[in-house]
Design a protein around this ligand. Structure first.
Ligand SMILES: Cc1cc2nc3c(=O)[nH]c(=O)nc-3n(C[C@H](O)[C@H](O)[C@H](O)COP(=O)(O)OP(=O)(O)OC[C@H]3O[C@@H](n4cnc5c(N)ncnc54)[C@H](O)[C@@H]3O)c2cc1C
Length: 560
């Protein structure tokens, strides 16, 4: 083999998890190169001047926008990302959802203020909301230690528990009835749970919409855990980096480069190079090869790594069943996202809901009813576009961070769930998915028309618009079927099942080949946790003793 460059570790993809992983390895003294297929790093966490000609000076988050999960882990503090320019702006209020009957849901970061908003319309629901959020906050704190450790590393998990998280765990588990009730809650659906707690549709619908951010309809059993999506907006809160999500990537890039890491863009990895049963490097499009002395780490999902970057015989040589299990057992439900970005001359005004600019600080949810949210998620799974009465998630990031557009002007970010493969259009359009420019623009028109029913000025304020179809999104991210979480986030594919039990601990049966990224525990979203957990696994394998001593030192020495 003719290797061009040699590093201890080569990482496939420079998404934020790849960068986080690299940062920990570099800090531990390893040499690392990240190979990124796009011309910029960041993956689903970039901020770009998307339309420099039509809308110069307007910066857009091309994918992720609202960050909650990263505040449940230590990545920002441990990597000292503030030193590299990262500044988080918390959003308060965090959510606004107008209801067609003139009522609305406005969630402040303060639970008390939110309950007062709900009480204007329904006192009982306000009281139940406090109970609902309290449960999910205790649940989140109780399982936070699990997020921040490899799922099968029991000592790492236990080491993350402190008195507070144990108290929270006991408060949701204590006693047989509570434990059984918790299991039942986990098995149930967001819809069932919301009906159990609340009477009002103006409250149920946005909570269903947020729960469905896990990527399934609210009626789907086993994803009631989506209740967390609202509770996290109260605590730890929802934030955005000043300058957009890309500012998180920029801080990581600066850190990686400061520690001697190498980030090579326009490097589309095509093959894992094997020496017997060991991964020893990768080859990129054009034939260049990079050698990894200690490990190849993949920031892309396991399916692509094993089924597209390795020969079937190489996979079978380490695990006869793995190829088939990856191909057939991992579920991607065909739901992905159609993205709309607009440069606006003025911010939308929700004039039928006594417009206040603060409505636009957080996420704006267009969710008229649980049924509408149900359709928004059910239809993509069967290949249909739910654009007749669209439900979607919209943000005006410039209301919280005016630096992202010219003075007085705004940007609009819209996420609309849509099928990757359109039913009946197989083999046509981009990548055979059925998506064409004409179709994506027609769908975007319907979404914008719906927004205009609440904020009529939006129609006349568009300076420029960019629409990205699910097929284009999939192509940009390199994600399998455009899956925004790499692998669906249903209970059967979480924790030690993610992506499959035999490869759930970031290691694989191929020696020297590791997995990180959204397709590994604890999953998609901006958290950096898969990157950090994978680095810990790698470090524990390579210098177990040194790491244990360091960990012990940290826990017994007083904090400086
Ligand atoms: C439209 C959208 C909106 C979202 N909104 C939010 C949100 O508001 N909040 C939130 O928390 N999460 C959100 N998410 C999810 C979140 O953005 C992702 O889960 C997260 O960014 C995944 O990070 P990652 O590093 O694991 O993977 P990725 O960001 O997917 O990184 C993988 C990297 O690998 C590169 N790559 C792929 N193939 C190859 C190859 N062959 N060779 C070399 N490089 C390759 C890709 O270009 C990419 O840079 C959103 C996702 C999408 C798509």
């Amino acid at each position: 083999m003719s290797f061009v460059d040699t590093y201890d570790v080569v990482i496939i993809g420079a998404g934020h998890n790849g960068l986080v992983c690299a940062a920990y390895l570099l800090k531990a003294g390893y040499s690392v190169a990240l190979l990124e297929k796009r011309s910029i790093p960041g993956g689903a966490a970039t901020t770009e001047e998307l339309m420099p000609e039509a809308a110069s000076g307007f910066w857009f988050n091309r994918c992720a926008i609202d960050h909650e999960f990263i505040h449940l882990g230590p990545v920002v503090e441990e990597l000292e990302l503030r030193k590299y320019g990262l500044e988080y702006l918390f959003c308060d209020p965090a959510v606004f959802c107008p209801h067609p009957d003139g009522r609305y849901f406005l969630a402040h970061q303060s639970l008390e203020k939110t309950c007062a908003e709900i009480a204007q319309f329904n006192q009982r629901d306000a009281d139940k909301y406090r109970e609902f959020i309290d449960f999910w906050q205790r649940f989140t704190k109780a399982i936070q230690p699990v997020f921040n450790a490899p799922p099968q590393a029991i000592f790492d998990i236990l080491g993350n528990y402190d008195i507070k998280s144990i108290q929270n765990l006991l408060s949701i588990l204590g006693g047989p009835h509570k434990s059984l009730d918790l299991i039942r809650t986990m098995l149930t659906s967001p819809k069932d749970l919301l009906e159990e707690y609340f009477d009002s549709e103006f409250l149920r619908a946005p909570l269903a919409r947020l729960a469905s951010e896990f990527g399934a309809p609210p009626s789907q059993k086993t994803i009631s855990v989506g209740g967390m999506m609202m509770s996290m907006r109260h605590e730890p809160g929802m934030a955005r980096p000043r300058g957009g999500t890309g500012a998180l990537v920029e801080a990581l890039v600066k850190l990686v480069q400061a520690k001697g890491g190498v980030i090579l863009t326009d490097q589309n990895v095509k093959r894992i190079l094997m020496d017997g049963k060991r991964a020893v490097g990768v080859a990129v499009e054009g034939g260049k090869e990079y050698r990894a002395k200690l490990g190849v780490i993949s920031n892309i999902d396991a399916k692509r790594v094993f089924l597209q970057m390795m020969e079937p015989g190489e996979v079978a040589a380490v695990d006869k069943a793995l190829g088939d299990r990856l191909d057939r057992r991992i579920v991607n439900n065909n739901e992905t996202i159609l993205r709309i970005d607009c440069a606006l001359s003025e911010a939308p005004r929700f004039e039928f809901h006594h417009h206040r600019d603060e409505y636009l600080i957080g996420s704006v949810l267009i969710a008229d009813s649980v049924r509408q949210v149900e359709i928004a998620h059910q239809q993509p799974a069967i290949g249909n576009i739910p654009d007749e009465n669209p439900s979607f998630y919209a943000v005006v990031p410039t209301m919280r961070d005016p630096s992202m557009a010219p003075p007085g002007q705004h940007t609009l970010w819209v996420e609309f769930f849509a099928p990757y493969q359109i039913n009946g259009a197989e083999g046509t359009g981009l990548a055979g998915t059925g998506w064409t420019d004409e179709l994506k623009n027609k769908v975007a028109d319907r979404v914008m028309d719906k927004l205009a029913t609440y904020a009529p000025n939006v129609s006349r304020s568009i300076i420029a618009r960019n629409v990205e179809s699910p097929a284009e999104l999939g192509d940009r991210l390199g994600a399998y079927k455009g899956n925004y979480y790499h692998v669906d986030m249903t209970l059967d594919q979480m924790v030690f099942f993610r992506p499959l039990p035999e490869i759930a601990n970031y290691t694989t049966p191929v020696e020297g080949l590791y997995l990180t990224g959204a397709g590994t525990h604890p999953g998609g979203a901006i958290s950096g946790m898969p990157g950090r957990n994978c680095a810990r696994t790698f470090l524990n394998e390579h210098r177990p003793l040194l790491n244990r001593v360091k960990e012990l030192g940290k826990s017994i020495l007083p904090k400086m």
